[in-house]
Design a protein around this ligand. Structure first.
Ligand code: FAD
Ligand code: NAI
Length: 383
């Protein structure tokens, strides 16, 4: 017999697991399905948490070199990369287990398996052992997240050309690392490996790093990272990659056209953005439509074009941030329960967790200028 839920959430990341918990707290019979094997999604497994664990550990490691400046004597400090990776894995395990505990506590059925829509109110789940279950639901929430994008023609093999997932799990410190894309991932993971000893070069297509941020902040940020030893090739595009035995040769040229040049590194990190993940989800079977950028189209109440099917998080429009997905999770659960869920998109902060951490919230000066509104600039030096 088909089990019927009030809500089935597909995806167990910050969007999915928080939606499931809120829905259960509001008295709805809820299941959350994820194919990964552990709950917590990209963020807890291969995103926010492991990257922050390595950012913290690598920052402490680099700081030890300056201990003597402030009168602390240490013996020689050595990197134990294996132990640092084990510490990162332990942080991940603790938090993903925490989600499992919260599911049990809130009486949510946490199901490990790949979910596919078969109609507007039915989900088929293929479990790891190959068995299949069909589940019914009054409401379905799609929270399947995103996956790394790549430069056309360049394949991420997670060995020499890695996404953030590979960059979080390198077994040794590469002598040279080329980072393609000077955004969140490139600057955070670039900082980690530079601190641990890599020579890091960031290749950015535009004429500035962190293009979504205030121009003045970007400029200062660029200067600070350069002082720390990170190298930058701005206004540069990658046109091809050749895999050698232990390194990659990248061909680059000025973004506006010009002479080609070859750069070589042991590891290339592809971090040019992420794209919504809807593979094998059965959107066609249910009739759910996408927008022109492959994101699930929703209205202000996270309703897709099919009644009873909702979507939240990285798979819909807006910043791909965990706290944005979480806020939408609360809102959609409340909407499904007949309450008035709401997200204020004007106040979603963004933070790049480098040293120093660079944070922003609201409109940039450029956006205010373009909108022709009155504004005042206030500045206070960090020093
Ligand atoms: P995800 O977390 O991507 O979860 C989706 C889940 O759905 C996945 O587990 C996937 O296995 C599952 N799934 C997909 N399809 C199916 C299917 N058919 N059946 C079953 N399960 C399925 N954001 C921040 O705010 N702060 C940070 O510091 C930060 N650091 C990051 C660092 C890195 C390296 C990366 C890559 C991202 C980082 N992010 C950060 C972004 C953050 O991880 C995402 O915004 C967030 O995870 C989105 O949540 P989500 O629930 O929409 O999707
Ligand atoms: P991003 O959008 O932050 O940065 C991508 C960068 O690549 C941009 O500067 C862009 O101009 C550049 N770029 C695009 N195409 C290029 C090309 N062909 N060649 C060279 N440069 C190119 O994307 P990123 O860093 O991959 O991260 C994905 C998302 O994950 C982020 O947007 C963010 O939402 C999330 N994230 C959040 C973190 C946080 O909150 N601290 C940390 C890590 C990821």
């Amino acid at each position: 017999m088909t089990t019927t839920y009030d809500v089935i959430v597909i995806g167990g990341g910050p969007g999915g697991y928080n939606c499931a918990i809120r829905a259960a707290q509001l008295g709805l019979k809820t299941a959350c399905v994820d194919k990964r094997g552990t709950f917590g999604g990209t963020c807890l497994n291969v995103g926010c948490i492991p990257s922050k664990a390595l950012l913290h550990a690598s920052e402490v490691f680099e700081e030890t070199a300056h201990f003597s400046d402030i009168g602390i004597k240490t013996g020689s400090v050595k990197l134990d990369l294996e132990a640092m990776m084990a510490h990162k894995d332990k942080s991940v395990e603790g938090l993903t287990k925490g989600v499992e505990y919260l599911f049990k506590k809130n009486k949510i059925d946490g199901i490990v398996g790949a979910a596919k829509l078969v109609s507007s109110n039915q989900v088929e789940v293929v479990k790891a052992d190959g068995s299949t279950d069909t589940l019914g639901a009054n409401a379905i929430v799609i929270a399947t997240g995103s996956e790394p994008a790549s430069v056309p023609g360049i394949e991420i093999d997670e060995q020499l050309i890695v996404s953030s997932t590979g960059a979080l799990d390198l077994q040794k410190v590469p002598k040279r690392m080329i980072v393609i894309g000077g955004g969140y991932i490139g600057l955070e993971m670039g900082s980690v490996w530079r601190r641990l000893g890599s020579e890091v070069t960031v290749v950015e297509f535009l004429d500035r790093i962190t293009p979504g941020m205030d121009g003045e902040v970007s400029k200062q940020f660029h200067r600070i990272l350069e002082k720390q030893g990170m190298k930058f090739r701005l206004s540069t595009k990658v046109t091809g990659a050749k895999l050698l035995k232990n390194s990659v040769k990248l061909t680059v040229e000025p973004s506006g056209g010009g002479d080609e040049e070859v750069l070589e590194a042991e590891i290339v990190l592809m971090s040019i953005g992420r794209k919504p993940y809807t593979d094998a989800l059965g959107l066609d079977a249910a009739g759910v439509t996408l927008d022109d950028r492959g994101r699930i189209d929703v209205d202000d109440h996270y309703r897709t074009n099919v009644e009873g099917i909702y979507a939240i998080g990285d798979v819909i429009a807006g910043p791909m941030l965990a706290h944005k997905a979480e806020d939408e999770a609360m809102a959609v659960a409340e909407i499904i329960a007949g309450q008035a869920g709401h997200v204020n998109y004007a106040v979603i902060p963004g933070v790049v967790y480098t040293y120093p951490e660079v944070a922003s919230v609201g409109k940039t000066e450029e956006e205010l200028k373009a909108a022709g509104v009155d504004y005042k600039v206030g500045k206070f030096p960090f020093s």
